[in-house]
Design a protein around this ligand. Structure first.
Ligand code: NAP
Length: 338
């Protein structure tokens, strides 16, 4: 993979800002203004804050450029795919006419073909029965030209997604949701791992974050993101805490984290004063505001002046998910030919 791709933004206080961090903390032991969301003993560093001393320690985050890291992964996949004797194949199954799903499927199809993976999209009507979909999965399982199968979620309500995941050949399960792959991941064994958490791990490595021994908080415990991430982080020797909607004093829990990974599906839930100064913040969230603006689960402007490194939305985790799908397809193709 290419060297870590990061760029520095908003260098408000110059290089000396980082060196003056500790003295800046001393400087703010005074009453908090009504505008400031900070703890009494800690500056919030929010751009609009009238309490925090201007320029005292406005730490600036490195932006972890997911698009550039994803491009490097895709280039690597393309090179390895070209070196294989047979072209890897990916089948993407779309059931129904959900417009967002159609956009995702087109993007995956295009990205796969652009990296030398033969992608085919199977578009089934919205009233497809579960039995008919399972029959299609069985056909794809048996097709030697297909190395990876992906069924786009969500599925129409008459189809149980778990039944579909369980019907898939685990060796072709490039989404990593088959129970065999889930179990292997938890056990720390070789598997096909879910693409979004895998993308987060590669972003962290690509952005230069050290995980060994690090205190990592994963905000969100979904089967899709939070839970597999916990398994991957443990395998990387991180010290992992999981937070969710029942967690008491969530801001305080977040402030302990040296690495904060947020997958809550709540627009801009994490505020600047939830972030430990210098922490790495990974925002998995993708939320469309009524204004049409796309935001993550992290209030970017506030957090970017506290964090040491942060992912943007868009351009952070999003591009990594598709890159990891391509990488999983290549992995499946190589393993099936061994
Ligand atoms: P999900 O299934 O809805 O899970 C959300 C998790 O966050 C749950 O564990 C929930 O806790 C927790 N949570 C929700 N609100 C909370 C709050 N106020 N305080 C504390 N915890 C809270 O969501 P998901 O599928 O994991 O997705 C999360 C986000 O990532 C979404 O924005 C989604 O669009 C995005 N995403 C992006 C990509 C990508 O490729 N970029 C891929 C997948 C998902 P409980 O378990 O207690 O309910």
């Amino acid at each position: 993979m290419a060297a870590p791709t990061v760029r520095r933004v908003r260098f408000w206080a110059g290089r000396s800002a980082l060196r003056r961090r500790s003295s800046a903390f001393e400087a703010v032991r005074r009453p908090v203004s009504s505008n400031c969301r900070s703890l009494a003993s800690r500056p919030c560093f929010a751009p609009a804050c009238t309490h925090c001393e201007p320029g005292a320690a406005r730490m600036t985050a490195r932006i972890i450029n997911g698009k550039a890291i994803a491009d490097a992964i895709r280039a690597g996949v393309a090179a390895q795919a070209a070196a294989l004797a047979c072209q890897p194949g990916l089948a993407v199954v779309l059931v129904g006419d959900d417009p967002a799903s159609a956009v995702y499927v087109r993007a995956k199809d295009r990205a796969a073909n652009a990296t030398g993976i033969a992608a085919q999209t199977l578009h089934l009507p919205a009233d497809t029965s579960q039995d008919d979909l399972l029959a299609e999965i069985a056909r794809l399982n048996a097709d030697p030209a297909v190395d990876g199968i992906l069924v786009q979620l969500p599925l129409p309500q008459q189809i149980d997604p778990v039944a579909v995941q369980e019907a898939m050949d685990p060796a072709k399960d490039v989404d990593g949701f088959h129970p065999l792959n889930v179990g292997r991941l938890v056990a720390g064994r070789e598997c096909l791992a879910p693409c979004t958490p895998l993308g987060v791990m590669r972003l962290l490595r690509g952005g230069g974050t050290v995980l060994d021994g690090a205190r990592v908080l994963v905000l969100g415990r979904s089967v899709l993101v939070g839970r597999p991430l916990v398994a991957m982080l443990l395998a990387a020797d991180a010290t992992v805490t999981v937070a969710h909607s029942h967690t008491r004093d969530l801001p305080e829990a977040c402030r302990h984290a040296e690495v904060l990974i947020v997958a809550a599906g709540r627009p801009e839930l994490v505020r600047g004063n939830w972030v430990r100064p210098g922490a790495t913040v990974i925002d998995v969230g993708v939320n469309r505001l009524p204004s049409g603006k796309l935001v993550g689960d992290v209030a970017f402007d506030e957090c970017a002046v506290v964090a040491g490194a942060i992912t943007p939305v868009p351009g952070g985790v999003g591009p990594m998910t598709i890159a990891c799908l391509l990488s999983n397809t290549l992995t499946a193709a190589v393993r099936r030919r061994e």
